[in-house]
Design a protein. Structure first.
Length: 431
């Protein structure tokens, strides 16, 4: 199969690179119109509209939200139905994710100035969070852990999970993951209608403060439309991996690492950067050899052909420049001294260091979050974490002396802005 080849010495390298990275995942007018109607309907008709949309889009035949609400017994049964090996793997992953995220907790702090004025910051958790989990063929119990556990570590009191069950098919591993992660309530609803229910609340689904979790274009569009009413984590694009390799890693390993993202869907992006031209050819040979053995070979093939690339750079420093420009979701540094190279990386969602650190370990059980910025947004955003479920409030308490001194400054600035009430409010406290 043919994978795009770029070299940094090409005259049109920059334009080729921008074309390679371009992702137009925006909603079209039809999607926007459909989602607007759904949001309006859920907001005005609540449960009744939610049941109608679920019957229509998920091919169900239910009469009330009671039929779409998982009971504790149902969730416990799903947990027990999961094979012991898978259950233990979920428990292990959950413990590692929990342990890692415990390190992210922000704490309140304050200090007192000489005149007795106290200044500080108070940390509080969100009250209620909504977790969207894709359903149908795309079932991701690992995403349940990655979204719910940081919220629990942050101190969120209630997590409401929505997951569609097309044709009434329930995924036991997803429900098991919800139990392990401490999710409080689970509803069998999905799509834009589920996002609307979480944002506005219905008679049965409680309104939340923030919605997290991945979904299709309708879910992403709905999240963008309800932002402001509630918080959201991000609008994520297709999965990405960038591998930087010095040519000394087994080429089969690198080919499979590229496959690991390409198999997500046809729009996923896998890029290999190296300063060893011969190694690029070796990886090409590994791809040709291994691709026929893959269950999702058609998806991988399309992804690599449409959005994959091999980039030949002149040296390690140029590879770092390329990586920082791409700002990938997942960055593998498959080199001799990965820790030294990582210090020079400014933009990446997650950095996987060394030849033995497959990106897939981060997807499931290493500990750091796998909800990461895509489409070059790592230039200004970060992985999902505990801090996404905590808020900061500023603390200010002036002593009489402090209020008198600060009042003089505030008075001058307030009158300078022609805000006389501001100035006089401060002046009342001046001795």
């Amino acid at each position: 199969m043919n994978i795009k080849r770029l070299t940094t010495t090409q005259a049109d390298y920059q334009s080729q690179m921008e074309t390679l990275l371009a992702w137009e995942g925006v909603s079209d007018d039809q999607v926007n119109s459909t989602v607007k109607d759904i949001l309006k309907n859920i907001r005005s008709r609540g449960d009744e509209a939610l049941v109608e949309y679920t019957n229509k889009f998920d091919r169900m035949n239910i009469s009330s939200m009671k039929d779409l609400t998982f009971t504790k017994d149902q969730i416990d049964a799903a947990y027990n139905n999961v094979p012991a090996e898978q259950r233990e793997a979920l428990e292990t992953a959950a413990e590692r994710v929990r342990s890692y995220h415990e390190h992210q907790k922000m704490e309140s702090w304050s200090y007192t100035e000489e005149d007795g004025t106290l200044l500080g910051q108070q940390i509080t958790a969100l009250d209620r969070v909504g977790l969207y989990v894709p359903g149908g063929k795309a079932t991701y119990p690992s995403s349940v852990l990655m979204n719910a556990i940081p919220a629990k570590v942050a101190g969120v009191e209630e997590i409401v999970m929505v997951v569609p069950t097309p044709d009434g098919i329930v995924n036991d591993m997803v429900l098991a993951a919800a139990k392990i992660a401490g999710v409080d309530t689970v509803f069998a609803v999905g799509g834009a209608q589920a996002v609307a229910a979480l944002a506005y609340g219905t008679e049965t689904v409680p309104g939340v403060d923030k919605i997290v979790g991945p979904g299709n274009i309708y879910v992403a569009t709905a999240k963008s439309m309800v932002f402001g009413r509630v918080g959201i984590d991000m609008i994520a694009g297709p999965s990405e991996i960038l591998v930087v390799c010095d040519g000394k890693t087994n080429p089969d390993w690198i080919a499979m690492d590229l496959f690991s993202q390409a198999e997500h869907d046809e729009d996923a992006q896998s890029i290999l950067v190296s300063w060893d031209a011969d190694f690029l050819e070796q990886v090409q040979e590994s791809i040709e050899k291994l691709l026929p053995t893959m269950e999702r070979k058609e998806i991988i093939s399309t992804s690599l052909a449409d959005r994959g690339a091999f980039i030949l750079v002149k040296d390690e420093n140029e590879a770092i420049e390329v990586a920082n420009f791409i700002a990938p979701e997942h960055l593998e540094l498959s080199v001799e001294a990965p820790e030294a190279m990582a210090k020079k990386i400014k933009h990446a969602g997650a950095i996987f260091m060394g030849r033995y650190t497959a990106e897939a370990l981060g997807d499931y059980c290493a500990g750091p979050n796998h909800v990461l910025p895509t489409s070059r947004t790592a230039r200004f955003s970060s992985p999902l974490g505990v801090y996404d479920f905590q808020k900061r409030s500023s603390l200010i308490m002036c002593s009489a002396e402090g209020a008198s001194e600060l009042g003089k400054t505030a008075s001058i600035l307030g009158r300078g802005e022609s805000l006389t009430a501001h100035a006089r409010s401060a002046e009342y406290r001046i001795k």
